[in-house]
Design a protein around this ligand. Sequence first.
Ligand code: SF4
Length: 687
Amino acid sequence: MTQLAAPAVDTHCPYCALQCGMRLTGARVEPRQFPTNGGGLCQKGWTSGSLLTSASRLTTPLVRVDGELRPASWDIALDLIAHKIKALQAMHGADSIAVFGGGGLTNEKSYQLGKFARVALGTSQIDYNGRFCMSSAAAAGIRAFGLDRGMPFPVTDVGKADAVLLIGANPAETMPPFIQHLTNAARSGGLIVVDPRRTPTAEQATLHLQPRPGTDLALALGILHAVVADGHLRHDYVAERTTGFDAAWRIAAAWWPERVERVTGVAASDQRRAAAILAAASNAYVLTARGTEQHARGTDMVGAWINLAMSLGLPGTPGNGYGCLTGQGNGQGGREHGQKADQLPGYRKIDDPAARAHVAGVWGVDPDSLPGPGRSAYELLDALGTETGPKALMVFGSNVIVSAPSAGSVGDRLSSLDFLVVADFVLSETAARADVVLPVTQWAEEDGTMTNLEGRVLLRTKALSAPDGVRGDLDVLRELAIRLGQPEERFPVEPETVFAELRRASAGGVADYAGVTYDRLRAGEALHWPVPSEDHPGTPRVFLDRFSTPDGRARFAAVDHTGPAEPIDDEYPLIATTGRVLQHYQSGAQTRLVEELLNAVPEVFIEVHPDTAERAGLAEGVLARVVSRRGEMRARVRQVSSMRTDTVFLPFHFPGEQRANLLTNPALDPTSRMPEFKVCAVRLEVS
Ligand code: SF4
């Protein structure tokens, strides 16, 4: 039975990276003033308390026997996992065990999961679902600025701007309280939204640019061209604070707005108007999100938008900037502490000898014993069960069977594994396929820190005790580590103790948490990393003096438009693009449990222009069969006259035959390894 641990506890929402402030009294949610949400919550946040009392909650481990998942004791489940790991590693080596994490895990869990993989398992095969979230923005940010902090300024700074260029973002549905930070720009006639769909966010824009999906890079080049040709280039800024402009301009010079119009469908006059609005603003921000990042050339697409921001002198200038709207709750922290295939805590590179020596020292192991870089998320999933790939997978906080691209083939790969373990608080679609399911705590049942979209470290405080039979992920990792021969003290279970070690591991790294303490967070200090010491006030704004590159200057990227990985043709004549709805979060494993949210959007739909629907013989409300080169799914037709006639839209939160990701293309960005979720060629048929 759930027990009250405290009468009222100030904490944060379990979902997105805005991490809205809320107060929990038992499972009752009230909004709370916090800078990111200004006292607001969206429907997901308001109803999140019902997750804590959900009848679908798992309270006992499940072990597959004769093809069925059956209740088992924790000892039986953990002993079985340890036995299987040892047997598979004895036969196939350390890398035969893979680990897949999540961007919703706390910093402490992300950190401990990375250490568990590298030390207790000795495997290089670890990555996480954040690779599918904002890895392209991270890669582009590092390339341009030498550092990736989603927003290198507080969210509230955006609220003071009179112009905001929002690309591939729909916060009116994905993080509604964020809209308050766009009000000033909208009132000033400076809110520009780039989105192939006329979303609720685009409805509020001064200027909505509606490009053909996959042509964002060309559009960014066209607006950059207009900035230069129309005399808006900030020559002083470009000369003093950047390098590489000439090479970038040589490409953009060939993309005059009329040429861009032919590729993107965005009128040349609108491109020039966008350039003029941004140039005339006293304060302006360029913000990207998944719509322009989830592409096989996502890093270059974001790089092109950063080029535009730099041509206007925005990054690193007070009251202006470029930033990325992180999606998952701990998408930022999740990639800083060692869940990524190529990184160690502190956002350190795993192949850097100094980084390895530092982290190995904190962990008390030989640096040479640490594995090197592993496979990125999709490559890891695609290798499962193959001759050279992992034979077992351990999943923490992710539902890959719904959220990964080409989900049908990912399902096949999961089926080919010798052993699948899933730790979750409900029987997600991925957990339902596991050999062992471990019931773990959820957000309000333990302490832990998160790092929000502006790089601010937050404390989520325990508000409730977990139901009997449920264990924390840190406890699970320790129990498994001990069974694998690790000393108990190397895997503590108290979040604050783990965080103290994380601080030491991150010290001196890019994402330096050395000066962040639970006490400072409890006192309400606004600590944006880097925080190198306990008397350091944190760094709400980075780049004001210099960028984090060797010469302190931001770098233009010489990037050109090439188009999507998969063009449309006669057989697959439409572009499908995927996204989110207000009521659901990620794979929907949590929000589909909330009656109010499920009732509001109970099933997948497909947005189609009426002319496109008519050509396919699809009336409003019928089920359409949507077919791509990778698979097919069914979705209910919604005719939307503002859709482009060459494009259809599908939300990706639904399971089984309703999975939009049965269609999506796993073509990967060469730098970030981001799949091309946002463009795939499809055809529509009557179901
Ligand atoms: Fe806020 Fe995001 Fe939670 Fe909605 S889902 S309440 S926007 S943190």
